[in-house]
Design a protein around this ligand. Sequence first.
Ligand code: UAG
Ligand code: ATP
Length: 541
Amino acid sequence: MSNHAYESAAALRPHRLEPTALSELAGRFGLAVAPGAGGVERVSVVGVSVDSSDVAAGELFTAIPGFKRHGAEFAAQAVDAGAVAVLTDAAGAEIVLRDRPGTPVLVTEDPRAVVGPLAAEVYRHPSERLTATAVTGTNGKTTTSYFVEAILAAHLGGCMLAGTVELRVGEQHVESPRTTVEAPVLQRLMALALEEGVPAASLEASSQALDLRRMDGTVVEVAGFTNLQRDHLDYHETMERYLEAKAILFTPEHARRAVVCVDDEWGVRLAEKVASDAALQLDRVRAYPGEADTDWFVTDAAVSMTDSATTFVLHGPEGEEIAASCPLPGLVNVQNAALALVMTIRAGVPAATAVEALSQAHNIPGRMQRISQRDGERGLCIVDFAHTPDAMRLTLEAVRAITPGRLIVVFSSDGDRDHGKRPMLGAVAAELADVLVLTDENPRSEDPQTIRDAILEGVRSVRPDLHDVEQVTTWRGDAVKRGVELCGPEDTVIVTGKGHEPFLEIGGEFIRYNDAPVMREAVEAKWGPIASDAAGKGSRA
Ligand SMILES: CC(=O)N[C@H]1[C@@H](OP(=O)(O)OP(=O)(O)OC[C@H]2O[C@@H](n3ccc(=O)[nH]c3=O)[C@H](O)[C@@H]2O)O[C@H](CO)[C@@H](O)[C@@H]1O[C@H](C)C(=O)N[C@@H](C)C(=O)N[C@H](CCC(=O)O)C(=O)O
Ligand SMILES: Nc1ncnc2c1ncn2[C@@H]1O[C@H](COP(=O)(O)OP(=O)(O)OP(=O)(O)O)[C@@H](O)[C@H]1O
């Protein structure tokens, strides 16, 4: 999704930052003054940016040669917005001085490599002054980061979040444009956290961000790894290179401790690599059933029909036996929960505090988010982000296990993307659910009926006899309402595909839409008001 539709994070800047002399930065990072540039001696900076649309007065604009354009083309715009100097490469310096002669310009060979550590310096190394954690892996980053946030906030009194769903510091939050923001933005958010008295940070680190050095300058107390599955190979090309990108986080430049789930071969390989680095302390975690041959392992995972939670016992290297309850259903969430527990215990949280906070952390936007809990009268109503056939299978299997009655799925598939997955999604839904309500996701330039027909083909391929298939062609919100209407006290209705996302893309337009409030409204219309803690504490969606 294009980023322009997202809220701006521009307001999330520290207000009381000591200026840093440009000449000091030039000396520390080996930066040269571009020939013909304005003098740098008396220039100080109070911040760093890499995007001309996100510059505040007094900042250093870093013009990066991008995949498509050179950031220097936007330097004039940045200067007009208040940037007092530019950091770029030699080619960029020529462009800047052509457009704005006299601008103080510093040059380096690779601005992307310098901007993270330089921003850390300008913002006074905030990650090292926070109890900071970061999680990476193909799946489970968002869920784990929310679990960690809940636990650190319970123990320390507050925790900022920067990940796929939102950027949140204290009471201020905006939708996140991507999983890991640019390095100066991340430094800025952490500096704001310190200024606001928020003592901890829970971050998500994507493989692209690690590769593009957006995490450079950030050193966390504990780095966590969930798993590695086939994904993003358009960017990384091979699984080995994908793992190498993830492994960047597990080096002393980025972390003091590593907690690695070894449920797949990639986790095992990462743990071996980390173990060979004496500077980093390592904990291995096995969340799925297997040999109890690792530092931490899980036993006795059991799902509860009454509150949709999964209880399990986490065993530790010192003989710890921690009885815990993961508030989200499904084994994948036991992996996320076990990882979050070990990460936070290693960050200094007492196990009992961690267990208690985890058990309450079920209101993660769009991740198995319970809008209505089963209570004898109401059915269970859930919003989830599953949008691939594999994720759909895992999600529906987990929900099936806590559904005594019918499982109703409201779903669709994206337009202008992977056509092959449409019948696969239909087949998985038909195999595991009782009632299907077909709707639209982001049809983009496609005719929504073409997408629904492809899904129906998959449905018919496994269940030609399935009669409970409805199509709601008017509006996604109507389909969500229809799902709730069909839901009895023993049933579960789940709407998949959009999760936390705040838009529908229809034609060329971004239309504000989010499943959670629509489902909440339908639930309240059918069964009356939702008690504040019935669907999770403090909804954020
Ligand atoms: C592959 C990749 O990461 N690309 C990022 C890269 O784009 P680019 O090099 O093509 O940038 P460009 O458009 O050539 O512009 C060059 C420079 O000019 C600047 N510029 C550009 C336009 C302007 O008006 N003003 C301005 O200053 C840009 O900030 C940039 O520094 O630099 C841009 C700005 O710095 C990013 O927006 C862009 O992320 C794009 C949007 C993106 O989609 N990235 C994805 C791959 C990504 O990072 N995804 C991961 C995880 C996904 C997952 O887990 O599923 C993530 O962390 O979100
Ligand atoms: N530990 C896990 N292992 C495998 N699948 C998982 C795991 N945790 C979550 N999932 C699946 O992946 C989907 C996305 O989960 P989550 O948002 O936590 O992961 P993520 O890594 O942040 O991905 P994204 O960046 O796409 O949000 C969930 O809907 C669920 O189906």
